[in-house]
Design a protein. Structure first.
Length: 278
Protein backbone atom coordinates (compact mmCIF):
# COMPACT_ATOMS: atom_id res chain seq x y z
CA UNK A 1 0.00 0.00 0.00
CA UNK A 2 1.21 3.49 -0.89
CA UNK A 3 3.34 5.06 1.90
CA UNK A 4 1.62 2.84 4.46
CA UNK A 5 4.62 2.50 6.77
CA UNK A 6 5.11 6.28 6.69
CA UNK A 7 1.43 6.69 7.59
CA UNK A 8 1.79 4.40 10.62
CA UNK A 9 4.87 6.34 11.74
CA UNK A 10 2.86 9.58 11.50
CA UNK A 11 0.14 8.10 13.75
CA UNK A 12 2.73 7.16 16.35
CA UNK A 13 4.20 10.66 16.11
CA UNK A 14 0.72 12.04 16.84
CA UNK A 15 0.69 9.87 20.00
CA UNK A 16 -2.26 7.81 18.82
CA UNK A 17 -3.03 4.87 21.11
CA UNK A 18 -1.56 1.53 20.06
CA UNK A 19 -5.05 0.00 19.89
CA UNK A 20 -6.25 2.83 17.63
CA UNK A 21 -3.29 2.37 15.29
CA UNK A 22 -3.93 -1.38 15.16
CA UNK A 23 -7.63 -0.84 14.38
CA UNK A 24 -6.81 1.71 11.68
CA UNK A 25 -4.20 -0.56 10.10
CA UNK A 26 -6.61 -3.51 10.11
CA UNK A 27 -9.43 -1.47 8.54
CA UNK A 28 -7.19 -0.01 5.82
CA UNK A 29 -5.69 -3.42 5.00
CA UNK A 30 -9.19 -4.90 4.84
CA UNK A 31 -10.34 -2.19 2.43
CA UNK A 32 -7.44 -2.66 0.02
CA UNK A 33 -7.81 -6.45 0.15
CA UNK A 34 -11.47 -5.93 -0.77
CA UNK A 35 -10.86 -3.49 -3.64
CA UNK A 36 -7.58 -4.95 -4.90
CA UNK A 37 -6.66 -1.47 -6.18
CA UNK A 38 -3.80 0.95 -5.62
CA UNK A 39 -4.65 4.08 -3.62
CA UNK A 40 -4.29 6.24 -6.76
CA UNK A 41 -7.11 4.32 -8.47
CA UNK A 42 -9.61 4.22 -5.60
CA UNK A 43 -12.94 5.90 -6.32
CA UNK A 44 -15.96 6.81 -4.22
CA UNK A 45 -17.84 3.76 -5.51
CA UNK A 46 -15.11 1.41 -4.25
CA UNK A 47 -15.73 2.77 -0.78
CA UNK A 48 -19.50 2.45 -1.15
CA UNK A 49 -19.11 -1.18 -2.24
CA UNK A 50 -16.93 -1.85 0.80
CA UNK A 51 -19.54 -0.28 3.05
CA UNK A 52 -22.19 -2.52 1.48
CA UNK A 53 -20.04 -5.57 2.22
CA UNK A 54 -20.19 -4.62 5.92
CA UNK A 55 -23.99 -4.59 6.04
CA UNK A 56 -23.97 -6.87 9.11
CA UNK A 57 -21.84 -4.44 11.10
CA UNK A 58 -23.26 -1.60 13.18
CA UNK A 59 -23.18 1.97 11.91
CA UNK A 60 -20.72 2.81 14.67
CA UNK A 61 -18.32 0.06 13.52
CA UNK A 62 -18.58 1.15 9.89
CA UNK A 63 -17.92 4.77 10.87
CA UNK A 64 -14.78 3.75 12.78
CA UNK A 65 -13.48 1.96 9.68
CA UNK A 66 -14.36 4.94 7.49
CA UNK A 67 -12.51 7.24 9.89
CA UNK A 68 -9.42 5.06 9.43
CA UNK A 69 -9.73 5.18 5.67
CA UNK A 70 -10.29 8.95 5.65
CA UNK A 71 -7.24 9.46 7.87
CA UNK A 72 -5.07 7.45 5.47
CA UNK A 73 -6.30 9.22 2.34
CA UNK A 74 -5.85 12.63 3.99
CA UNK A 75 -2.25 11.65 4.76
CA UNK A 76 -1.70 10.64 1.12
CA UNK A 77 -3.14 13.97 -0.06
CA UNK A 78 -0.79 15.86 2.25
CA UNK A 79 2.13 13.85 0.85
CA UNK A 80 0.85 14.57 -2.68
CA UNK A 81 0.74 10.83 -3.32
CA UNK A 82 -2.85 11.23 -4.55
CA UNK A 83 -4.65 14.27 -5.95
CA UNK A 84 -7.87 14.12 -3.94
CA UNK A 85 -9.43 12.23 -1.07
CA UNK A 86 -12.02 9.75 -2.43
CA UNK A 87 -13.70 9.86 1.00
CA UNK A 88 -14.60 13.54 0.63
CA UNK A 89 -18.11 12.95 -0.77
CA UNK A 90 -18.95 9.69 0.98
CA UNK A 91 -22.02 9.89 3.21
CA UNK A 92 -21.54 8.21 6.57
CA UNK A 93 -24.23 5.82 7.84
CA UNK A 94 -26.56 7.11 10.52
CA UNK A 95 -25.38 6.37 14.03
CA UNK A 96 -28.74 4.70 14.65
CA UNK A 97 -28.05 1.21 13.38
CA UNK A 98 -30.83 -1.10 12.28
CA UNK A 99 -31.65 -4.05 14.54
CA UNK A 100 -29.36 -6.98 13.84
CA UNK A 101 -30.79 -10.16 12.40
CA UNK A 102 -29.23 -13.27 13.89
CA UNK A 103 -29.17 -16.70 12.33
CA UNK A 104 -30.88 -19.53 14.17
CA UNK A 105 -29.50 -23.05 14.53
CA UNK A 106 -31.97 -24.22 11.87
CA UNK A 107 -30.68 -21.55 9.48
CA UNK A 108 -27.08 -22.68 9.99
CA UNK A 109 -28.12 -26.29 9.33
CA UNK A 110 -29.97 -25.21 6.18
CA UNK A 111 -26.90 -23.28 5.05
CA UNK A 112 -24.63 -26.31 5.46
CA UNK A 113 -27.12 -28.49 3.60
CA UNK A 114 -27.36 -25.96 0.73
CA UNK A 115 -23.57 -25.71 0.30
CA UNK A 116 -22.47 -27.69 -2.76
CA UNK A 117 -18.88 -28.53 -1.85
CA UNK A 118 -17.09 -30.01 1.15
CA UNK A 119 -14.90 -26.96 1.79
CA UNK A 120 -17.84 -24.59 2.16
CA UNK A 121 -19.69 -27.04 4.39
CA UNK A 122 -16.61 -27.30 6.64
CA UNK A 123 -16.06 -23.53 6.72
CA UNK A 124 -19.68 -22.80 7.64
CA UNK A 125 -19.62 -25.48 10.34
CA UNK A 126 -16.38 -24.15 11.83
CA UNK A 127 -17.28 -20.46 11.74
CA UNK A 128 -20.69 -21.05 13.31
CA UNK A 129 -19.28 -23.30 16.05
CA UNK A 130 -15.90 -21.80 16.96
CA UNK A 131 -16.94 -18.13 16.77
CA UNK A 132 -13.63 -17.25 15.13
CA UNK A 133 -13.11 -14.08 13.11
CA UNK A 134 -12.66 -14.68 9.39
CA UNK A 135 -8.90 -14.15 9.31
CA UNK A 136 -8.37 -16.27 12.42
CA UNK A 137 -9.86 -19.41 10.88
CA UNK A 138 -8.37 -18.61 7.46
CA UNK A 139 -4.89 -18.43 9.04
CA UNK A 140 -4.96 -21.92 10.58
CA UNK A 141 -2.39 -24.05 8.76
CA UNK A 142 -2.69 -27.63 7.60
CA UNK A 143 0.30 -28.42 9.83
CA UNK A 144 -1.52 -27.06 12.91
CA UNK A 145 -4.58 -29.16 12.15
CA UNK A 146 -2.58 -32.32 11.49
CA UNK A 147 -0.61 -31.81 14.73
CA UNK A 148 -3.89 -31.43 16.64
CA UNK A 149 -5.12 -34.73 15.21
CA UNK A 150 -1.79 -36.42 15.97
CA UNK A 151 -1.95 -35.18 19.57
CA UNK A 152 -5.47 -36.57 19.91
CA UNK A 153 -6.93 -33.24 21.04
CA UNK A 154 -9.57 -30.91 19.62
CA UNK A 155 -7.80 -27.58 20.24
CA UNK A 156 -5.25 -25.36 18.51
CA UNK A 157 -3.30 -22.53 20.17
CA UNK A 158 -3.75 -19.23 18.34
CA UNK A 159 -2.90 -15.54 18.56
CA UNK A 160 -5.82 -13.28 17.74
CA UNK A 161 -6.75 -9.62 17.62
CA UNK A 162 -4.42 -7.42 19.65
CA UNK A 163 -1.92 -10.26 20.10
CA UNK A 164 -4.23 -12.08 22.50
CA UNK A 165 -3.42 -15.79 22.86
CA UNK A 166 -6.20 -18.35 23.13
CA UNK A 167 -7.25 -21.89 22.23
CA UNK A 168 -9.80 -22.62 19.53
CA UNK A 169 -11.82 -25.77 20.17
CA UNK A 170 -13.31 -27.86 17.34
CA UNK A 171 -16.44 -29.96 17.78
CA UNK A 172 -16.76 -33.53 16.51
CA UNK A 173 -19.01 -32.18 13.74
CA UNK A 174 -16.32 -29.64 12.74
CA UNK A 175 -13.65 -32.33 12.54
CA UNK A 176 -15.93 -34.67 10.57
CA UNK A 177 -16.64 -31.87 8.07
CA UNK A 178 -12.92 -31.04 7.74
CA UNK A 179 -12.06 -34.70 7.20
CA UNK A 180 -14.65 -34.83 4.40
CA UNK A 181 -13.00 -31.78 2.84
CA UNK A 182 -9.31 -32.83 3.09
CA UNK A 183 -9.30 -35.39 0.22
CA UNK A 184 -10.62 -32.63 -2.07
CA UNK A 185 -8.28 -29.92 -0.76
CA UNK A 186 -5.85 -28.35 -3.26
CA UNK A 187 -2.18 -29.05 -2.49
CA UNK A 188 0.60 -26.48 -2.46
CA UNK A 189 -0.76 -24.12 0.19
CA UNK A 190 0.20 -24.00 3.87
CA UNK A 191 -3.28 -23.07 5.05
CA UNK A 192 -5.94 -25.61 6.00
CA UNK A 193 -8.66 -23.99 3.92
CA UNK A 194 -7.70 -23.06 0.36
CA UNK A 195 -9.30 -21.00 -2.37
CA UNK A 196 -10.44 -22.32 -5.74
CA UNK A 197 -6.98 -21.44 -7.06
CA UNK A 198 -5.13 -23.12 -4.20
CA UNK A 199 -4.23 -20.01 -2.19
CA UNK A 200 -5.42 -18.58 1.12
CA UNK A 201 -9.16 -17.95 1.26
CA UNK A 202 -10.32 -14.34 0.84
CA UNK A 203 -12.96 -12.65 3.02
CA UNK A 204 -14.73 -10.78 0.19
CA UNK A 205 -14.89 -13.88 -2.03
CA UNK A 206 -16.18 -16.10 0.75
CA UNK A 207 -18.84 -13.54 1.67
CA UNK A 208 -20.02 -13.59 -1.97
CA UNK A 209 -20.17 -17.39 -1.80
CA UNK A 210 -22.19 -17.25 1.43
CA UNK A 211 -24.71 -14.86 -0.11
CA UNK A 212 -25.31 -17.33 -2.96
CA UNK A 213 -25.62 -20.28 -0.55
CA UNK A 214 -27.87 -18.22 1.73
CA UNK A 215 -30.29 -17.47 -1.11
CA UNK A 216 -30.29 -21.14 -2.10
CA UNK A 217 -31.05 -22.10 1.52
CA UNK A 218 -33.95 -19.63 1.58
CA UNK A 219 -32.57 -17.43 4.34
CA UNK A 220 -34.65 -14.25 4.88
CA UNK A 221 -31.60 -11.93 4.87
CA UNK A 222 -28.11 -11.77 3.38
CA UNK A 223 -25.23 -13.15 5.41
CA UNK A 224 -21.45 -12.98 5.68
CA UNK A 225 -18.70 -14.81 7.53
CA UNK A 226 -19.27 -12.36 10.39
CA UNK A 227 -22.95 -13.44 10.50
CA UNK A 228 -21.75 -16.94 11.40
CA UNK A 229 -19.63 -15.57 14.25
CA UNK A 230 -22.69 -13.66 15.49
CA UNK A 231 -24.81 -16.81 15.09
CA UNK A 232 -22.37 -18.72 17.29
CA UNK A 233 -22.94 -16.22 20.10
CA UNK A 234 -26.72 -15.92 19.74
CA UNK A 235 -27.29 -19.69 19.49
CA UNK A 236 -25.10 -20.33 22.55
CA UNK A 237 -27.09 -17.70 24.43
CA UNK A 238 -30.41 -19.30 23.46
CA UNK A 239 -29.03 -22.64 24.70
CA UNK A 240 -28.35 -21.13 28.11
CA UNK A 241 -24.59 -20.64 27.85
CA UNK A 242 -23.52 -17.84 30.26
CA UNK A 243 -22.45 -14.60 28.58
CA UNK A 244 -19.04 -14.81 30.29
CA UNK A 245 -18.38 -18.13 28.53
CA UNK A 246 -19.58 -16.73 25.20
CA UNK A 247 -17.19 -13.81 25.72
CA UNK A 248 -14.34 -16.30 26.06
CA UNK A 249 -15.45 -18.22 22.96
CA UNK A 250 -15.41 -15.00 20.92
CA UNK A 251 -12.32 -13.84 22.90
CA UNK A 252 -13.73 -10.39 23.54
CA UNK A 253 -12.02 -8.21 26.13
CA UNK A 254 -15.35 -6.91 27.41
CA UNK A 255 -18.73 -8.52 28.07
CA UNK A 256 -20.40 -5.35 26.73
CA UNK A 257 -18.97 -6.19 23.30
CA UNK A 258 -20.32 -9.74 23.53
CA UNK A 259 -23.76 -8.46 24.52
CA UNK A 260 -24.21 -6.85 21.11
CA UNK A 261 -24.32 -10.34 19.59
CA UNK A 262 -27.01 -11.63 21.91
CA UNK A 263 -30.77 -11.24 21.52
CA UNK A 264 -32.95 -10.67 24.55
CA UNK A 265 -34.50 -14.02 25.38
CA UNK A 266 -37.98 -13.18 26.73
CA UNK A 267 -38.57 -16.75 27.91
CA UNK A 268 -35.35 -16.74 29.93
CA UNK A 269 -36.09 -13.30 31.39
CA UNK A 270 -39.60 -14.39 32.40
CA UNK A 271 -38.25 -17.59 33.98
CA UNK A 272 -35.61 -15.65 35.91
CA UNK A 273 -38.16 -13.19 37.29
CA UNK A 274 -40.67 -15.93 38.10
CA UNK A 275 -38.02 -17.78 40.10
CA UNK A 276 -37.77 -14.85 42.55
CA UNK A 277 -40.19 -16.05 45.25
CA UNK A 278 -39.43 -13.80 48.24
Amino acid sequence: MTKFNEYLISLRAEKKAANTIARYAEAIANFFAFTNKDAERVEKYDILAWMESMSDASSATINIKLNALNSYFKFLCECEAIEKNPMSNVRRPSIHSKPKEFMSADMVSALIKAATNARDKALISCYATTGLRFNELASITLEQYEQMRKDGTNKIAMTGKGGKEFFVFFSDANIAAIEQYLPKRKDGCEYLFTSTWGGKINNANFDKTLKVIGRKAGLPFEISAHSLRAACASIMSENGVPVAVIRDVLHHSSISTTSRYIKTNEKAVNAAVSAMTF
